[in-house]
Write a protein that binds this ligand. Structure first.
Ligand code: ADP
Length: 663
């Protein structure tokens, strides 16, 4: 078939989010048309906008849309797509779906149903690997599920052991057991979780590997032969979920790479594997990386989330390979032609509440900016909502460099320039992690995050300089309009309130002219200056950026929601701005000057010159941000001057009405 294979003219992507966007990008680059599918919640999603055509397939819950194989196949037939790319998750490892796709006369971009079945259950897969001569973790993976018998096997293996659901995935149905006394309870809870997650309570028992490292090998098959594209190290995990991945694995030698690669290729060839797959190994690194201490864990029969690090070091587009091989081409390169250049990292940026135990969060991304120095794979844009229906991943950031240290430094820099507001995220956790001492030296294992959890998950607290910048932002200044708002009332003093989480911070700001401000809070005074498109604080140049954003509409928890201002200075610090028109701080200095706290249109003016007013009297109405705001007198007095009339367009800080104190 090689050479005469015809590429598809159109494919359907049975997925959403970043992976759907990722597949569409490559398809477009090689001239293949794309059809997206979408649920109610995704009607305006990025993948829908990117594809050439899109088909609505049902309700927001995955069971009503992305898991409905029949509806998806019909969509492919209706739109003239010849093949279906499953992405990862959803239907990607469902052999019945593969059979249905093929029965409909379409091509499934991935392995055969039988290859997926062979690797679907961990026990059967392990047995198969033993036959193929691939080392597996010592343990019991037989059919006898009697609790007493399993306890005996655990004893034979030697504690600590790991109980694993045979149908497991995503770390579910897995329990580490330290002592024989804990075995029965752990077994019960692993089974209960497995019943809920997979409807299958069967388990296997494995030796718990010491100083475990998760090293996986990317394989690619044409249905008969396979090659490997080197390894990835995914040891940085939290509760068995990957957080940062890299390639190659720190400390890997060419000899061990060849041995592990060959074992992975044997695994793939043993099941006639076609397409992209990953063979996962657990490595006992208690004595460095050794050829006799790596064990097969499982094979993932799909493209994986972390595939970009492999793309970065090989220069190969794995989705392009998937399409070419599915279209009937042979493997594009032989084993010895596959490059390995430098080092790459990937971090997974999630909408999650780290201090609350990494709880998935939702929210509307009122501000979103990825750094130019990294590859950012994302399914969302600024203004999009992270809904509760799907995985709350915002983006994957990938950096590459000639050495591990350079790739990691680039990642640290990329994270410094990543800006998200509108939902809580794991951004500062990732920043802390890339700076973590053991990780930086490459001394990784799957327990690293857990051991340093407290240090890594501390909520960053803004310093007084950050608060000062936020206060300027709250008054209408950010990097786009640095001192517009001050033109009319400098050199006045202005009291400003901002909220950090539930804490009210009061600041006094004096505009000194020419983009210079003095900001006072608690016992600190900072001189802030906007010069050369940069903020200078007390004479030092600061990389900080101030971003104002509207109210988030999502149900996210904690900081980051609500009308606010964010200061991005390495971490993102999100402040809420209390509605300034509810407050007396719309009044500068001694309360005699009523100023516009934001740009707007004067709708009505009630105050007349010479009129006596008492505190709280209505003086004018300002229409701003699609709302009417009533401007009231902050103190008793006489109206000395009315500086605006209905219809006036005013800037933030513009003087509206001046009062005079009563004698
Ligand atoms: P799942 O399919 O649920 O993701 P895996 O079998 O892939 O489960 O294991 C997930 C993670 O659990 C691994 O990456 C590793 O960190 C840890 N793990 C698995 N097996 C062992 C073992 N025998 N010893 C120590 N850690 C293990």
């Amino acid at each position: 078939m090689n050479g005469i294979a015809r590429m598809f003219s159109k494919i359907l992507i049975a997925n959403r989010g970043e992976i759907a966007c990722r597949v569409i990008e490559t398809a477009r680059a090689i001239g293949v048309g794309t059809v997206a599918v979408y649920s109610d919640a995704d009607a305006r999603a990025r993948h829908v906008q990117m594809a050439d055509a899109a088909v609505h397939i049902g309700g927001s819950a995955p069971g009503d849309s992305y898991l409905r194989g029949d509806v998806i196949i019909q969509a492919a037939l209706d739109t003239g797509a010849q093949a279906i790319h499953p992405g990862y998750g959803f239907l990607s490892e469902n052999p019945e779906f593969v059979e249905a796709v093929e029965a409909a006369g379409l091509v499934f971009i991935g392995p055969s149903a039988s290859a997926i079945r062979a690797m679907g259950l961990k026990d059967a897969a392990k047995a198969l690997m033993v036959k193929a001569g691939v080392p597996v973790v010592p343990g019991y993976h037989g059919a006898d599920q009697d609790a007493g018998f399993l306890a005996q096997e655990a004893e034979k293996i030697g504690y600590p052991v790991l109980i694993k659901a045979v149908a497991g995935g995503g770390g579910k149905g897995m329990r580490r057991v330290e002592w024989a006394e804990e075995f029965n309870d752990a077994l019960d809870s692993a089974r209960a979780e497995a019943r809920g997650a997979f409807g299958n309570t069967a388990v296997l028992i494995e030796k718990y590997v010491d100083k475990p490292r998760h090293i996986e090998v990317q394989v690619f098959g044409d249905g008969t032969r396979a090659v490997h594209l080197h390894e990835r190290d995914c040891s940085l995990q939290r509760r068995h979920q990957k957080v940062i991945e890299e390639a190659p694995a720190p400390g890997m030698t060419p000899a061990l790479r060849a041995t592990m690669g060959a074992a992975a290729v044997r695994a793939a060839e043993a099941i006639g594997y076609k397409g992209a797959g990953t063979v996962e190994f657990i490595v006992d690194a208690s004595d460095g990386l050794r050829e006799d201490r790596f064990y097969f864990m499982e094979m993932n029969t799909r493209l994986q989330v972390e595939h970009p690090v492999t793309e970065a070091i090989t220069g190969i587009d794995l989705v392009e390979w998937q399409l070419r091989v599915a279209a009937g081409e042979g493997l594009p390169l032989a084993q010895d032609q596959i490059p390995l250049n430098g080092h790459a990292f990937e971090v997974r940026l999630y909408a999650e509440d780290v201090p609350k135990g990494f709880l998935p969060a939702t929210g509307t991304l009122s501000h979103l900016q990825f750094p130019p120095q990294a590859r950012a794979d994302s399914g969302v844009r600024e203004g999009d909502t992270i809904s509760p229906f799907y995985d709350p991943m915002i983006a994957k950031l990938i950096t590459h460099g000639p050495t591990r240290a350079i790739a990691l430094a680039r990642m640290a820099q990329a994270l410094d320039h990543t800006q998200v507001a509108g939902s809580v995220t794991n951004h500062s956790f990732l920043r802390a992690l890339v700076a973590q001492a053991e990780f930086r030296t490459g001394d990784v294992d799957t327990g690293l995050i857990e051991r340093h959890l407290e240090a890594l998950t501390g909520d960053p607290v803004p310093c007084s300089r950050t608060c000062a910048l936020a206060a300027l932002g709250a008054l209408g200044m950010d990097q786009i309009t640095p001192f517009q708002g001050f033109t009319l009332w400098q050199p006045m003093t202005h009291l400003s309130e901002i909220l950090w989480q539930d804490e009210i911070i009061v600041l006094r700001i004096a505009a000194l002219g020419q983009g210079r401000f003095q900001v006072e809070l608690a016992d600190q005074i900072h001189l802030i200056e906007w010069r050369d498109d940069t903020w200078w604080i007390d004479g030092d140049k600061s990389p900080a950026q101030i971003v104002r954003h509207g109210a988030g509409t999502g149900a996210g928890t904690g900081a980051g929601n609500g009308a606010g201002v964010s200061v991005f200075w390495g971490n993102g610090y999100h402040f809420t701005v209390p509605d300034p028109l509810d407050k007396a701080e719309t009044v500068a200095g001694d309360g005699t000057l009523i100023v516009a706290p934001m740009p707007g249109l004067v709708k009505s003016v009630y105050a007349r010159q010479g009129q006596e007013v008492t505190a709280g009297d209505r003086l004018a109405i300002l229409e701003a941000m699609k709302m009417e705001h009533v401007m009231t007198a902050a103190r008793d007095g006489v109206v000395a001057e009315v500086l605006v009339s209905p219809g006036s367009q005013v800037e933030a800080g513009a003087a509206l009405i001046r009062l005079e104190a009563l004698e």
